[in-house]
Design a protein around this ligand. Structure first.
Ligand code: IFM
Length: 441
């Protein structure tokens, strides 16, 4: 094992702050033959959808190797583990037994289990364009809570409905591969409704610690020219306010509600469900985005091809280091994001948990990842010093895994996975975090 780079100890957060790591079912479990199919199985079977032509059929084989992964978590010394429950697996005979065993193993290891109920692997027969999927999701949430609720306290409803809407239904880069552009908006509404209905179902099952994991990042206008500012404001609406305002303020940003199915009375009624009070708000943060007026051409951005007809263009963020994925490393934008959230939402913003933050780098001696994590934890602490109530930080990810349309080419793990042998090797960042958590006492 590689020695960790010497850095200062982790900053002190208020008592009860949770240190954790995150994963998702489709990205690590494998064992696809032992469950019903999801939209991601169908998508990856289509030639050309995943860049390296891979599938998640085996992934990290976590389904069979979970005891080894729980032992890694125990060694790492995290307080909590955020994983996702695969809805198609729960629909399959014996599927829920797997999560039962996993939760038991985590509890025995002293690691708090935090399930996410939906991380993009929708059962193949369902479709977020249909409102009925929201009702089905609430039923599924009740089933999972009925089985795991005696040991699970903290729940997450959805992971990143923004990405699932934009990448999966507007741009076609993720499953189910639709390219509906703005006609994808019902997918956003139905996921938000599903979230609200699931909150009610979880509360009915006795849960009292419920959040969501939404992806957010600051949007920076390319210049002060009005057309750039306007385009950046629109992008910010799509990525941030469209998914946070309904949850935290009970309304859509101006001009958006009119575009949602059921407008006007139906949308107003749904917003009451969507805005069910949350116990905490999860934020997945990776990078800010520089945005300007449309340039009339396709744009390559973060592995995506953005069509020319969008009313904005994403510009390069010059002057910052980038990860192996080309994502800009800007820890101070995390402080800006959180302070901005507190200013926008005030008392309506519950305590915040960073449910994902991480980076893709090659190699086991991943000193860049240590610097990335250290910088972002300090940026989080600065937000806390400025009055944002932060309650946790979860690294994406425990293991290298199936990075969606990128296949296995992007490695986000604290633990290296050899995809031929499935051998796990803790990286330098794992040792760094483990030592830092131990030093915390
Ligand atoms: O791997 C993904 C994860 O599934 C959702 N949030 C972003 C991560 C890195 O792209």
């Amino acid at each position: 094992m590689i020695a960790r780079m010497a850095t200062n100890p982790l900053p002190q957060f208020p008592p009860g702050f949770l240190w954790g790591v995150s994963t998702s079912a489709h990205q690590i479990e494998g064992a696809v033959q032992e469950r019903d199919p999801s939209v991601w199985d169908a998508f990856t079977a289509e030639p050309g959808r995943v860049k390296d032509g891979s599938t998640a059929a085996v992934a990290c084989d976590h389904y069979h190797r979970y005891p080894e992964d729980v032992a890694l978590l125990a060694d790492l010394g995290v307080d909590a583990y955020r994983f996702s429950v695969s809805w198609p697996r729960v629909n399959s005979p014996g599927g829920l037994d797997f999560y039962d065993r996993l939760v038991d193993a985590l509890c025995a290891a002293g690691v708090r289990p935090i399930p996410t109920l939906f991380h993009w692997d929708l059962p193949l027969e369902l479709d977020w364009l249909n409102r009925d999927t929201a009702e089905r999701f609430a039923e599924y949430a009740a089933v999972v809570a009925g089985r795991l609720g005696d040991r699970v306290r903290k729940w997450i409803t959805l992971n990143e409905p923004a990405e699932h809407t934009l990448l999966g239904h507007a741009l076609g880069a993720h499953a189910p591969g639709r390219r509906l552009l703005f006609d994808a908006l019902p997918v956003a509404h139905h996921q938000l409704l599903a979230h609200g209905l699931a909150v009610r179902a979880l509360r009915a099952a006795g849960a009292d610690d419920i959040g969501i994991a939404n992806s957010h990042g600051p949007t920076w206008a390319a210049s002060r020219r009005p057309e750039d500012v306007e385009a950046a404001d629109f992008y910010d609406l799509l990525l941030n306010r469209l998914f946070a305002d309904p949850l935290l303020l009970g309304r859509y940003p101006d001009g958006v509600g009119e575009l949602m199915p059921g407008h006007p009375e139906g949308v107003e009624a749904d917003l009451k469900v969507i805005a069910e009070p949350l116990d905490w708000y999860g934020i997945n943060y990776y990078q800010p985005t520089r945005v300007g007026a449309p340039q009339g051409t396709e744009i390559e951005f973060g592995g995506l091809t953005l069509p020319a007809e969008l009313p904005f263009s994403v510009r390069e963020l010059e002057g910052y280091p980038v990860t192996d994925f080309g994502w800009a490393v800007v820890p101070e934008a995390l402080t800006e994001l959180l302070v901005g959230f507190r200013e926008r939402y005030g008392d309506r913003l519950p305590p915040v948990v960073i449910t994902e933050n991480g980076c893709s780098y090659e190699g086991i001696d991943d000193q860049e990842r240590i610097a990335f994590l250290d910088g972002h934890v300090r940026a989080l602490h600065r937000a806390s010093e400025q009055g944002v109530d932060v309650r946790g930080y979860f690294v994406w990810s425990l293991l290298d895994n199936f990075e969606w349309a990128e296949g296995y080419a992007r490695r986000f793990g604290l633990v290296h996975v050899d995809y031929d042998t499935l051998e796990r090797t803790p990286k330098a960042s794992f040792v760094w975090l483990r030592d830092a958590l131990r030093a915390r006492g």
